[in-house]
Design a protein around this ligand. Structure first.
Ligand code: BES
Ligand code: MN
Length: 444
């Protein structure tokens, strides 16, 4: 198939508003799954749509041949919400080609990336009627909501998903044209909590000074998460965290300036973080506590003299090897309850979790991935860990017993999860070549 036909197909894929978190889009998620299955059948793959309690899982399988390795290729066809929608320069679900980039929600995270693998397989089948390895695509519709139904699916279908290695393009590249193998991801644990005070919003003049203000209390609770050195102050939070390995610190120190990159990519006025670590170490290999949302009280125009009856915050923790997400949620809950004064009530709701992941980039499969990256980008692969999470990667290890090669195609300025998400045409094309090289190397 020609590259422009692949591009047209990717545009079709991108037009589905497959936002997994928003029930109003459940039909779009399903239509996207059905489209993928039909595309798979059209290139000669066996396609199955599996129902789950949530969004469907799509499996595409090449006709299995004995005596050759099987590669599981994981991706997710669900996307993040598009708000704030006013900040998009092009309609979020109308892929638009400008300056060599495809602008659309899901362009990089993750439709463009997994579809590059699909196109690589399509080309190989069209050229040779065969593939160097057996391929199973595992495409889920719930990654952006923590993959709540995928591990049970892996367990119940483990026999049919048996593979030698998993390949995933859902991570980043250090920069344009820089081949990057990610050998570790942080884990995640989410929670939200409400601080309740008076039984109704109060006049802040009549009662102010005599009752605790939940918005103030929640600020103090949130502020208690870190000390002045940027360390998380939850008792036991670091107990299982291992010090960084010297070889990793040295390898990352030899990469282009991480402080400058972090500053440039984020536009912050100044950097921040745990004392004693570089930006890259903080982002890739140290655990964190973040506030993802906080609210309470009057947010409209002008002033309103009120003591709000409640305030809320949403937190997430990024975790590193050996930290157990459930245990971290328990420790965090204890901390929040301890810090909340008797003048207010606190209610904590635990959210989704996912473990961290690390593999050996010098294993035989890791070396095959490095060779494929070298062939695709004509440069020496950089070995990194990343701060984002793909919880199912560790489940794949636990349930299927295989590692995942994280061969990301996301550029630092691709704006995933933000308005104006984009994917370069260059990386879509490179991703197709990467798939070809990878399957060849894994066949050796
Ligand atoms: N593709 C990302 C994860 C990612 C991004 C890894 C950049 C490495 C570099 C994935 O789609 C994602 O956003 N994951 C969520 C997981 C969560 C919702 C359970 C995340 O990391 O917040
Ligand atoms: Mn994402």
């Amino acid at each position: 198939m020609s590259f422009s036909a692949h591009l047209d197909a990717l545009f079709e894929h991108l037009r589905f508003a497959s936002i997994s978190t928003d029930s109003r889009h459940a039909g779009d998620v399903r239509n996207c799954a059905e489209w993928l299955a039909a595309k798979g059948r059209a290139i000669g793959l066996e396609a199955e749509i599996h129902e789950t309690p949530g969004h469907p899982v799509v499996i595409l399988r090449s006709v299995p041949k004995p005596d050759r390795p099987t590669v599981l290729i994981y991706g997710h066809y669900d996307v993040q919400p598009v708000d704030p929608v006013a900040e998009w320069r092009t309609p979020p679900f109308e892929p638009t080609l400008i300056d060599g980039r495809i602008w659309c929600r899901g362009a990089t995270d993750n439709k463009g990336q997994h579809f590059a693998h699909f196109c690589g397989v399509a080309d190989a089948l069209a050229e040779h009627g065969d593939l160097p390895v057996n391929v199973i695509f595992l495409l889920e519709g719930e990654e952006e909501i923590g993959s709540p139904n995928l591990e049970p699916f892996l367990r119940s279908h483990a026999d049919r998903l048996r593979a030698d290695i998993c390949a995933v393009s859902d991570t980043g590249m250090l920069g344009r044209g820089i081949p990057t193998l990610t050998y570790g991801l942080r884990g995640i644990a989410c929670l939200e909590f409400i601080v309740r005070g008076p039984s109704l919003d109060l006049h802040s003049g009549v009662y102010g000074g005599a009752v605790a203000n939940p918005a103030l209390i929640i600020s103090r609770i949130v502020a208690s998460l870190h000390d002045e050195a940027g360390r998380v102050q939850i008792d036991g939070f670091y107990d299982k965290v291992e010090p960084l390995a010297e070889w990793e610190r040295a390898m990352w120190a030899s990469l282009p300036d991480g402080e400058a990159a972090t500053q440039a990519e984020t536009g912050v006025p100044g950097l921040w973080g745990e004392a004693g670590y570089t930006s890259l170490e903080r982002r890739w290999a140290r655990p964190t506590a973040e506030v993802n949302g906080i609210g309470g009280g009057y947010q409209g125009e002008g002033s309103k003299t009120v003591i709000p009856r409640q305030a809320m915050a949403k937190l997430s923790f990024r975790l590193v090897p050996h930290q157990d997400p459930e245990e971290i949620l328990a420790l965090a809950t204890r901390h929040l309850q301890k810090v909340c004064p008797a003048s207010c009530l606190i209610e904590v709701d635990k959210g989704h979790t996912g473990p961290s992941y690390v593999m050996d980039p010098h294993s035989p499969h890791g070396l095959a991935a490095q060779t494929a990256l070298r062939r695709t980008f004509s440069d020496e692969p950089r070995l990194i860990r990343e701060g984002g999470s793909i919880p199912i990667i560790q489940s794949i290890k636990n349930v299927l017993g295989i590692d995942s090669l994280l061969l990301g195609l996301a550029l630092p300025d691709c704006q995933i999860h933000a308005p104006n998400e984009n994917f370069t045409v260059e990386n879509f094309e490179a991703g197709i070549r990467l798939n070809r090289a990878l399957l060849e190397e894994l066949a050796r």
